[in-house]
Write a protein that binds this ligand. Structure first.
Ligand SMILES: C[S@@+](CC[C@H](N)C(=O)[O-])C[C@H]1O[C@@H](n2cnc3c(N)ncnc32)[C@H](O)[C@@H]1O
Length: 221
């Protein structure tokens, strides 16, 4: 059974039985999402003047990245696509403490459940400025003609899923990017950074979230 546990900033994470790892940093799920995906991804792209942003997330998981992205919308519109091969069960997502730790409004809490309840391929208008589509499929089999401005690459670490950090997969993601796009991830492993470079990304090492020296941002020029 997957286990719901508290991370050090008081927000929940899940320990995956299938993969033997946790969905987020033990130092804090919220602080990891904020640093890696919101600050280095969304806020960076907004600072470059983007107002209509296409995001692709690898690994919907608990939905925390999607939720904090939704909560961060001010003066921008987001089209959010997320890929997940093994969705978590209702008795887990309904227990996550994100509505309270993120001080969600009643509407935002309901919208979070709507994201979890979404069926594969449904395009849902969560609000006037947040379109949401979930793809229940392995990323290895995911195909699209869409192009993205940000990729949130939130796969389990190479130590548990080495096959998700390969040059081939990075090349496939590169082809899904618009010029100027970024791929952000908590992973800073050398072989992964080489895989990004070989796919065509320019690689930057940034300060990581609490408990992690570095994270990575790949850019498409
Ligand atoms: C680190 S967790 C994602 C955490 C998530 N972003 C969140 O905010 O909770 C990695 C996710 O990738 C999913 N996953 C594992 N292998 C996959 C694959 N081959 N294709 C798509 N999703 C996969 C897992 O089920 C898990 O939900």
């Amino acid at each position: 059974m997957d286990k719901l546990v508290l991370s050090q900033d008081g927000s929940h994470t899940i320990i995956s039985e299938r993969f033997g790892v946790s969905y987020h940093s033990k130092f804090g799920s919220m602080q990891e999402t904020q640093t890696v995906f919101i600050d280095a991804g969304l806020d960076y792209i907004v600072s470059r003047g983007y107002r209509e942003i296409n995001i692709l997330e690898m690994g919907f998981g608990t939905g925390l990245n999607a939720l904090m992205t939704y909560q961060s919308i001010k003066g921008i519109s987001i089209n959010y696509h997320t890929i997940e091969a093994y969705p978590i069960a209702e008795n887990q997502y309904s227990q996550l403490n994100y509505p309270s730790v993120l001080s969600l409004t009643e509407k935002q809490s309901k919208d979070f459940i709507r994201m979890h309840e979404a069926q594969s391929g449904d395009n849902i208008s969560i609000s006037d400025h947040f379109e949401f589509t979930k793809h229940i499929i392995k990323i290895e089999n995911f195909k699209t003609t869409k192009k993205f401005d940000i990729i949130y690459y939130d796969a389990f670490a190479p130590t548990s899923q080495e096959e998700l950090w390969t040059p081939e997969l990075m090349a496939k993601l590169y082809d899904m990017c618009n010029p100027g796009a970024v791929l952000v991830t908590y992973c800073a492993k050398g072989s992964f950074k080489r895989a990004l470079r070989s796919a065509g990304f320019t690689v930057e090492a940034l300060d990581g979230p609490e408990g992690k020296r570095e994270m990575t941002r790949g850019k498409v020029l």
